[in-house]
Ligand binder design. Structure first.
Ligand SMILES: Cc1cc2nc3c(=O)[nH]c(=O)nc-3n(C[C@H](O)[C@H](O)[C@H](O)COP(=O)(O)O)c2cc1C
Length: 155
């Protein structure tokens, strides 16, 4: 890893593949920034070190049973104590997919992010049903905006 580069961590969970596709597009957009390295990981595989070394984080979850996927919650559960004093102000964005709602997942993720005192830098993206081409472009743009803002020190 080039240590000069800023790091964007993209964590996600997916059972059916929808969020995996969305996370890939967001990561692709973030990687368009030259001075940024992107780490794309399933939340279950992401570590406290991934979190402590990143300069911005994108969190992607399907809505399951009205809230975030359990493995996204697990990531928060595992990292909160070690990260809470060291990641204050970390720029974050949220993106969610759902059958027909998704708002519960967004609300819960944003509540937890507020607990870490992270900084929301763009409005969330919520996709219901299969993502359209337009949704995927919007995800790429969200990733690029996060990366560019982190790179230029705007956030
Ligand atoms: C166990 C389970 C629970 C779900 N609960 C909700 C829900 O509460 N609200 C909703 O809008 N969609 C719900 N869905 C639909 C998923 O959010 C949707 O299919 C999503 O695109 C799945 O993402 P994935 O393919 O990345 O796993 C649920 C799906 C599953 C499998």
């Amino acid at each position: 890893m080039d240590t000069q580069k800023k790091i964007i961590l993209v964590i996600y969970h997916s059972q059916g593949g929808t969020m995996k596709l969305m996370a890939r597009h967001l990561a692709e957009g973030a990687a368009r920034e030259d001075n940024v390295a992107v780490i794309l990981k399933k939340a279950a595989e992401a570590t406290i070190d991934d979190l402590l070394q990143c300069n911005g984080i994108a969190i992607g979850s399907p809505e399951y049973f009205g809230t975030m996927a359990g493995m996204i919650k697990d990531f928060f559960d595992r990292t909160y104590e070690a990260a809470k004093d060291k990641t204050i102000g970390l720029p974050f964005v949220v993106f969610v997919c759902a059958g027909n709602d998704g708002r519960g997942a967004i609300t819960q993720i944003e509540r937890i992010a507020a607990g870490y005192k992270w900084k929301k830098v763009q409005e969330h993206i919520r996709v219901t049903g299969p993502p359209t081409e337009q949704d995927l472009v919007a995800l790429e743009e969200l990733g690029q905006t996060l990366a560019a803002g982190v790179d230029f020190g705007i956030f």
